[in-house]
Write a protein that binds this ligand. Sequence first.
Ligand code: SF4
Length: 75
Amino acid sequence: MRLVVDLNRCQGYAQCAFLAPDVFAMHGEESLVYSPRAEEEQRERVARAVAACPVQAITADGLETVAGGASDAAR
Ligand code: SF4
């Protein structure tokens, strides 16, 4: 599966690195590195990371950002 992290949005909260450590990792305090092509078997973890990201910075193939629907904060 392919995924993209909007690094302009990412605030380095590291939720994703905690939930899907094979896909996301923190480098230093705030910079995130990730695999743009994650294994299919990581799908569930990636889904959790997508849902957990406080700023909805992660977009993944076939996964909608359904974080409870309460975060349509278009400022
Ligand atoms: S959870 Fe979101 S904000 Fe935090 S490091 Fe991952 S992509 Fe960035």
